[in-house]
Structure formats: C-alpha cells, structure tokens
Design a protein around this ligand. Structure first.
Ligand code: GTP
Ligand code: MG
Length: 196
C-alpha cells in the first residue's frame, strides 16, 4: 500500500466521541514509550503524531485518516509505572469501550520493544485482542538498538512466548533506520487489497 495522504482526524477521550468507521481501521497498540507514535510518523512520512522520551505522552485515542479511506489509530500506551490507579482504570475503560464498539478493526499492530521480553501487560493486550477476534501483527521495535546476535536471541524469546497465541506476522522495525517499513506497508496492502 502506498500512503498518499494523511490527515490528523480527531483525538478522543471518551468512546461517545468515536467517529463513524471508514473502510478499514488499523490499531497501533503497545507499552508506553515503545514507539507507537514514532512508527506512525515514519509510515506517514511526516511528524503528525507527538513523540516524547517521557513515557505516557499519548493519553487520548488519536485517529489519523489515510488516503481518505482508512483510519490509523494511535492508542495511549499501557504499563507506565508512574501512572495512578485511577488513570490506569480510565485507560482500561477507554480501550475496552473502544474495542467493544469497533468490530470493523481490520488489524491490530501490537508493538513490543525487541530488547525486552513480553511482559504481563503485553500478554494481557494480546489476550484482549484475541478475545475480540481481531487479527494482529507483532511489531518488534527499536531494532537499531540491538546487535545481530541479540536479535537472533530475542527472536527466539518472542517466538517461544507468543507462539501459543496462534497465527500472526512479525515485523522487526526501526523508526530510526526505516527497517521494516516496507513489510508494514505490504501487510496493509494485503489487508486493504490496495497493492499500489
Ligand atoms: P506513548 O505515547 O508514551 O505511549 O509512547 P509511544 O509508544 O508513542 O513512543 P514514542 O513514539 O513517543 O517514542 C518514545 C521514545 O522512543 C522517543 O524518544 C523516540 O525517539 C524513541 N524511539 C521510538 N522508536 C524508536 C526506534 O525505532 N529507534 C530508536 N533508537 N528510538 C526510538
Ligand atoms: Mg505516543
């Protein structure tokens, strides 16, 4: 798929404000600071999504409209230790409400930092996505920070932990070098049928 046009569409803090669905909806989810907004910016070719070295930057669900036909959705990150219980509850309610109301989600991209094995929160997110029956792709991020030997080791760690969740693609990605970008676009093309 080729990304020809991208617009910031809307930020929502409540599922009452969800926009009417488009042809496809793609979700980008993962731990706080894993690189969701950076990945979207790399895909878009412009810095539309706010990124920060401080975790917890994205608090709202952010909708971007791509090629006038698709929503790309930047979810707030989970698992940031310094967030209050109240905030965590708000997050869970927002995401659950969102999944509940979006049976049209075509693919969830679940991002995990390739330097660290999946943690409890990552697995919870996977269970959630499976429960809702969404297809998912695992994106291993920040691969520029690993030497090849570490990569080979971590590939196996992820495979061992995640294989019980069924069939999925894995993409090794770096927002810094652009590695994995064409794989992501291929997957998006496969799902949408837009092979341009
Ligand atoms: P929240 O909005 O807090 O959930 O974070 P996020 O998942 O959107 O992460 P974000 O894209 O803001 O990136 C967090 C930090 O990681 C920033 O300092 C980025 O520059 C850095 N980062 C993101 N992707 C990469 C990558 O591929 N390589 C390297 N080296 N750094 C990255
Ligand atoms: Mg973000």
């Amino acid at each position: 798929m080729k990304i020809r046009k991208v617009e910031f569409f809307r930020s929502i803090y409540s599922v009452d404000d969800l926009p009417r669905p488009l042809e496809h909806e793609f979700v980008f989810s993962g731990r706080s600071n894993v690189g969701k907004s950076s990945l979207l910016n790399k895909l878009f070719g412009v810095k539309l999504a706010k990124t920060s070295s401080k975790p917890g930057k994205t608090r709202s669900i952010n909708f971007y409209r791509v090629n006038n036909r698709y929503f790309f959705v930047d979810l707030p990150g989970y698992g940031y230790a310094k967030v209050s219980k109240e905030e965590r509850r708000r997050w869970a309610k927002l995401i659950e409400g969102y999944f509940d109301r979006r049976p049209n989600i075509s693919m969830c991209f679940i991002l995990m930092d390739m330097r660290h094995p999946p943690n409890e929160n990552d697995l919870k997110m996977l269970e959630w996505v499976k429960y809702y029956g969404f297809d998912f792709t695992i994106v291993l991020t920040k691969v520029d920070k690993l030497k090849m030997g570490e990569r080979i080791k971590m590939r196996k760690v992820f495979k061992d932990v995640l294989s019980k969740y069924g069939e999925y693609y894995t993409v090794e990605f770096s927002a810094m070098t652009g590695e994995g970008l064409s794989d992501l676009l291929d997957i998006l093309g496969m799902v949408t049928g837009d092979k341009s």
